[in-house]
Design a protein around this ligand. Sequence first.
Ligand code: GAP
Length: 479
Amino acid sequence: MAKDKKKTSKLDSVASLCKRRGFIFQTSEIYGGLNGFWDYGPMGSQLKKNIRDAWWQDIVVKNENVVGLDASIIMHPRVWEASGHIGGFSDPMVDCRECKKRFKADNLCEEQGQELIQDGKKFQLPEGIKCASCGSDDLTEPRSFDLMFKTFVGPVEDDSAVAYLRPETAQGIFAQFSNVLATSRQKLPFGIGQIGKAFRNEINPRNYTFRSREFEQMELEFFIKPGTDEEWHKYWVQKRLSWYESVGLPLSSLELDEHPKEKLAHYASACTDVAYAFPFGVQELEGIAARGNFDLSRHQEFSGKSMEYFDQETNERYIPHVVEPSAGVDRIALAILCEAYTEEWIPKGGEGEVIKVEDADLGKRAPEGYEARTVLKFVPKIAPVKVAVFPLLKNKPELVEKAREIFEELQEYWPCFWDVAGAIGRRYRRQDEIGTPFGVTIDFDTLEDNTVTIRYRDTMKQERISCDELLPFLMKKIR
Ligand code: GAP
């Protein structure tokens, strides 16, 4: 076998491809970047759009009892008092007096097989906890570190002008509950869905985009009659699992993490995380929580405005309970990229078996007689580009003209890619790396018999298809 080029972890391989092919860049890279902030390039922005669209379609469009909302990022600061974020949305941190490093107290304890001691809002380190960097036991007591980004509204930067970048989209929904209820003519159970940016001044952004300081959430607040919490919680866990499968995360890659009752917030009756087996461990993509009527009650208390619902069937008046599936777009994008990322060794000349490269061998050079290909095996509806169109030769105007005609027709329906440069095999490889599921090649036979070659990304198989059948065929496959 040929010598190793270099041994890389799967996350490194994914990050390198994301940079090379325009999925994800470090923000303001030309100035050295900014920790915890990322930019999505041409492929990444379309990938995220497809994830958002798939969520919106499944949650808002396809459920007649769910409506959408687009609330502002900066809201009245009282919102965050009511929600408990002001004063309560902080992480206990410890500093090492020896090496000056700072750690999240709960992570530090967990890594050393212990649990952070909590007494109300006070935290204490258990005996024997040491600095994860230098091993010193000279650590400060845990101190709270506020996670909300602060700003000022208007020209004067005094206390009365303080506002916050929202740390979750959910509160925008709770604050508009009455307006949405009054204008959408919904009855319980009904939901309000929202997609948007959220900001948290995370102490320790890490694992590429997994824990960022600016990220996007897709949140549904599903309002229900008190007492039906358990059945609706179960319903949404199952529904969300099917959605993950539909966007290319098989059940075998997911785990459900049910929070034990004693760890739930006092108002919650259930919380289940959907977690994905990332290269750096099994980690949360989404939390699905039954939150009782805590949020609406708090807004009623702080705003003085009624959040009650009048149930015409029973003639009762009550504050609805809520089940909240809350997912992160960036984490789902990263999970989909990790799941789709595949390296293969394919026999030169096409004879023989394709070898799927194991994670431990990623980045290694292909053995003698094989060549390497990297492919993102996205499901078609999530792939940023659906179809690539190639005229076989760029210097034959009649081929280019026919190919252009096909390209422009397909572009009416999906993001497509036009590529005339280089040998056809190289053009296929470039599309494999961005995960384009279908390639369409226009050659001299096309001009004779009105057929094209369609090439499938995953199997690399090719077949001829009539130009007249191309659009309905792709329509079926991509849907
Ligand atoms: N309203 C409930 C809420 O915000 P959360 O568990 O704090 O709950 C929900 O956040 C989801 O938002 C997480 O499951 C995750 O996907 C995403 N998320 C939270 N913090 C994040 C961060 N720092 N970076 C990227 N995504 C994050």
